[in-house]
Structures are given as C-alpha cells and as structure tokens.
Ligand binder design. Structure first.
Ligand SMILES: [Zn+2]
Ligand SMILES: [Zn+2]
Length: 159
C-alpha cells in the first residue's frame, strides 16, 4: 500500500510503499519538545519502504540513540530512527495525508505523560521503552487480553 505525507509547508514530501508494522503514542519528553505537543503518535514501517520524494529534511540527534528528521522550513516533526537499528523508521501519523491510515494501539513513556491528557487507548502501557527496543527496561509485553487485545507486532520499536 502507498502512503503519502509531508510537512506543514509542503517543502518536504515522503512516500511509503509498505504496510504499517505498529503504531503507538509516545509521551517522552523529547517527543513532546520535538513536536511542541503533549504526545506524539508514531507509526513504524520498514525503513526500505520509506523515501523522501520532495525536499530534504533536516536531522537532529537529540540523544545518541536516535535521529529525528524534520522540515527545516516549517519545523514539522517527520521521522524517528534508532541509530542502532536499520530495520524501521517511525513516521508521525499526523503528517500522513490520511492520518486515519494508522491508529495507535499502545502507549510508551507514560512516566512523563502530562496528567491533564486523557487518552482512550486500550492497548498496553509502558512507563518507558517498550520491550525489544534498544535500551528497553521492561521485560515483555503483558499477556494478550490483560491490557486489551490490541498490541503492537513483534517488530514494535519506540524510543
Ligand atoms: Zn515544511
Ligand atoms: Zn518519544
């Protein structure tokens, strides 16, 4: 499937030719600052399925672990990629031309969730990184059914 998206000003456009692997909310402080928003919804794709088709996003390594790309003209946060992984790229769901294309099914870094934000996500919640991501501290996803049936796939990765 083809997914198109881009930044606010239109200077950067991207295209994804592939299927979403997982999608979730991240409440970490770096996502909050990068997007200027209380939470960021991400969808992961195989890195090879993602390409920039217009413009050139700027990149910032806010931590040694990952690179974030954004439009240098309008500031839209676009992607997140772990430095230690070449498998996946996370894309901000809100920059897809059709933000309904993916729906978050879990939440991570709830330890820095702003208390006035109430999300109805049914999926598992993690105080920090999800299992399987570089630096993950939590041992495993909760058993299916305990925190809801929706859960990310085995390739789920977040910051
Ligand atoms: Zn832009
Ligand atoms: Zn984050």
């Amino acid at each position: 499937m083809i997914y198109d998206g881009g930044c606010l000003c239109g200077a950067v456009r991207y295209r994804i030719d592939g299927e979403p692997l997982s999608a979730g909310y991240c409440h970490c402080r770096m996502c909050q600052r990068a997007a200027g928003a209380p939470v960021v919804a991400w969808v992961a794709f195989r890195r090879g399925s993602f390409r920039i088709v217009k413009g050139e996003p700027a990149a910032v390594r806010a931590s040694p672990r990952a690179t974030r790309r954004f439009c240098s003209r309008c500031g839209s946060a676009l992607t997140f990629e772990y430095s230690s992984s070449t498998d996946t790229v996370d894309v901000t769901i809100a920059t897809l031309d059709d933000p309904n294309a993916a729906e978050p099914v879990y939440q991570i870094w709830t330890s820095s969730r702003v208390p006035w934000l109430h999300l109805e996500s049914q999926g598992p919640h993690f105080k920090g990184d999800p299992p399987g991501s570089p630096g993950a501290k939590e041992p495993s996803f909760p058993p299916a059914g305990r925190a809801g049936s929706a859960r990310p796939g085995p390739t789920a990765r977040r910051r």
